[in-house]
Design a protein around this ligand. Structure first.
Ligand SMILES: NC(=O)c1ccc[n+]([C@@H]2O[C@H](COP(=O)([O-])OP(=O)(O)OC[C@H]3O[C@@H](n4cnc5c(N)ncnc54)[C@H](O)[C@@H]3O)[C@@H](O)[C@H]2O)c1
Length: 346
């Protein structure tokens, strides 16, 4: 299958591309390159960019460029809640409007399958009950809101020739050559390695379902080959109940893996109101999909590779933190206010 992966130079895309290639797919990428240089360890082998272009903005895509592609894996986005709060209008523009525009262009070009990276953040603050895909959606931020709107808009353009699928991923963890330090497990392990402390700036009670980046990639691979009628217009929670943990439990797992690290839970009211426990049965039943990595295994992997590749305090804070890195790109004139690369050809 010829597969376009948007956001292939992001945290998840960099892990996913080799997994899709190993599964036999012919992968091409599309990325504006915001994090292309944010590499830890050996440099990844990127696939060719669409039409041989260099960095390309999602907002510039046309149907013509998508002819010959069988499936789109759509990851590109301003990807997390604090980022959305930094620039809500740009978040809506890229994450909502450009995603729907891409899907329409894909449909017009004859692409038959469109796998969309949605998120369990759409459940917002859901209490202690397990939430399945039919639970009420309560997005709390522009980021989560735009995910809900894209799901709705893609459902509206689906038909027997165009199958959109919504993969509602739990919060990711694990090593990627294009690291992210601003997701909970990656952050806690990094902090512990650099400071000797596992620091939780809240009371640690919110539920956070977690899933390894490689497990997310395998879920997308499963959706590329599943029969279209079984998955078209379906949402799937991606993760495993075993990794439905509170922030305090996640922190405890880190303290057990990083030698000498002291656990400190400050007890204040956290800044992030999200809390949800997720039911992952549907992906197991319909896709035969099972996430494999536990949080303890992910923490051990991160500890080993952070140490082996010499993670530094400055890189942890700036280069691998989405918000800080994008602010730097804007301040240094690489990106304009709308997050376009300055001097792009369009
Ligand atoms: N990481 C998680 O915990 C998680 C959880 C659930 C869902 N998701 C979703 O998965 C997807 C990928 O997440 P990630 O963690 O890899 O994010 P990321 O920020 O690491 O990567 C996103 C990529 O998209 C690219 N991009 C952003 N705007 C673009 C534009 N206008 N044109 C072209 N490329 C653009 C960036 O350059 C980057 O390489 C996102 O849609 C995210 O919302 C992530």
């Amino acid at each position: 299958m010829r597969v376009l992966v948007t956001g292939h130079q992001g945290y998840l895309g960099t892990v996913m591309v080799p997994i899709l290639r190993e599964a036999g797919h012919d992968v091409i990428g599309l990325d504006s390159g915001y994090f292309a240089d944010c590499v830890l360890g050996p440099a990844p082998e990127d696939p060719p960019q669409i039409c041989g272009a260099g960095p390309m903005d999602l907002r510039d895509i046309t149907a013509q460029r998508l002819v010959g592609i069988d499936a789109v894996v759509h990851l590109a986005a301003l990807s997390n809640d604090p980022l959305g709060d930094l620039a809500p209008e740009v978040t809506y523009q890229i994450n909502h409007h450009a995603s729907v525009q891409l899907a329409k262009a894909a449909k017009a070009a004859g692409v038959s399958r469109f796998l969309y990276a949605s998120t369990c953040s759409v459940y917002g603050s859901a209490g202690d009950e397990l939430v399945a895909e039919d639970a009420p959606l309560r997005p709390l931020t522009p980021y989560a809101e735009s995910k809900v709107w894209v799901e709705d808009d893609l459902a509206a353009i689906s038909d027997h020739e165009f199958a959109p699928v919504f993969l509602r991923n739990a919060t990711a963890f694990g090593f990627s050559p294009r690291l992210r330090a601003d997701i909970v497990l990656n952050n806690l392990v990094g902090h512990a390695v650099l400071s000797g402390q596992v620091l939780v700036l809240s009371d640690g009670t919110p539920w956070r379902p977690l899933v390894h980046a490689q497990d997310i990639a395998r879920a997308f691979a499963a959706c590329l080959t599943a029969p279209a009628q079984a998955i078209s217009c379906q949402a799937f929670n991606i993760g495993t109940e075993v990794n439905n943990l509170t922030v305090a439990e996640i922190a405890q797992a880190v303290a057990e893996v990083v030698p000498g690290a002291q656990l400190r839970i400050t007890g204040e009211t956290g800044a992030d109101p999200r809390s949800y426990r997720v039911d992952f049965a549907k992906a197991r039943d319909l896709l035969g999909y099972q996430a494999e990595w536990s949080v303890a295994e992910g923490a051990a992997e991160l500890y080993k590779l952070y140490t082996a590749y010499g993670l530094t305090e400055q890189a942890f804070r700036d280069r691998y933190t989405r918000l800080a890195h994008l602010k730097t790109l804007r301040q240094s004139g690489v990106l304009d206010e709308a997050m376009y690369r300055v001097g792009r050809l369009g």
